[in-house]
Design a binder for this molecule. Structure first.
Ligand code: FNR
Length: 182
């Protein structure tokens, strides 16, 4: 079987650590996994008035989620929560009521930040949202990564200090997706 994973990164920043974490993680997956990088930077602000007439960007978002067997959320922490741009994307694809594109898709939640608690609170808020949206999110292992020297190698791969840990995380995520998708 082949598995297409929709990767949603909660940072729009060009040199985002979370974008880099996504790239480093992808190198650790088995060959039957491929990735769709979900674009969220051009989505309008969610407005319920538009539910009946969604923009092309929103249709694209929902189409990419629908075509994926699994979800991978990689997010920074903003003010002890998830960034608004990520919440905006989640809200878009959850509507109109009854047409929640996220439902039932197995998910992984991971993130990197400069702070010592490494996105723990952002991830916890995100898990709360995912629970409501009927998204089964991998519970263990948790992964709270702090951005510091050597986290990534110059070629973008995971640094020596973290590679084994990330491989273990990916292995559990792979099992999680396969268990749910079959
Ligand atoms: C932050 N940052 C941050 N870090 C953290 O660990 N906990 C937090 O609550 C916050 N809050 C916060 C709010 C806002 C508005 C900004 C812009 C930043 C710092 C954050 O970890 C840092 O900017 C990362 O580099 C963001 O991730 P990306 O963009 O590198 O992926």
């Amino acid at each position: 079987a082949r598995y297409n994973i929709a990767v949603v990164v909660g940072s729009l920043r060009k040199d985002s650590f979370n974008k880099k974490l996504g790239k480093a993680l992808e190198k650790l997956f088995p060959a039957e996994f491929s990735f769709t990088h979900v674009r969220i930077d051009d989505l309008p602000l969610y407005n319920q008035d538009d539910d009946g007439n969604p923009s092309e960007q929103v249709k694209r978002l929902k189409g990419e989620i629908a075509a994926a067997q699994g979800l991978l959320f990689i997010t920074p922490e903003y003010n002890r929560s998830l960034p608004g741009v990520l919440k905006n994307a989640i809200d878009h694809a959850s509507r109109p009521y009854g047409q929640n594109a996220w439902a039932g898709k197995p998910a992984g939640v991971i993130g990197i930040s400069v702070g010592a608690i490494g996105t723990a609170l952002a991830q916890q808020h995100l898990r709360n949202i995912l629970a409501y949206l009927d998204v089964p999110a991998l519970g263990q292992p948790e992964a709270f990564i702090q951005a510091k020297e050597g986290v990534f190698n110059p070629d973008g791969s995971a640094g020596d200090g973290i590679k084994k840990f990330l491989q273990g995380w990916v292995d559990q995520y792979v099992n999680w997706v396969k268990t749910h998708v079959g």
